[in-house]
Write a protein that binds this ligand. Structure first.
Ligand SMILES: [Zn+2]
Length: 53
């Protein structure tokens, strides 16, 4: 028997990261992927932060 109206999170949960310095945010399927996207963003848009991190 299924309960309708509820929602079930599947195994394909995504992770999200928002930039502390601008409106940028990313959604990815895994943390390593997300971190890579964030690092790429930092390097391109916030080189000073990139150097410090
Ligand atoms: Zn940013």
């Amino acid at each position: 028997m299924n309960r309708s109206g509820g929602y079930v999170r599947s195994a394909t949960d995504t992770v999200e990261r928002q930039c502390d310095r601008c409106e940028w945010h990313a959604v990815a399927g895994s943390y390593p992927e997300l971190i890579k996207q964030y690092q790429d963003h930092l390097r391109d848009e916030h080189p000073m932060a990139w150097v410090r991190s």
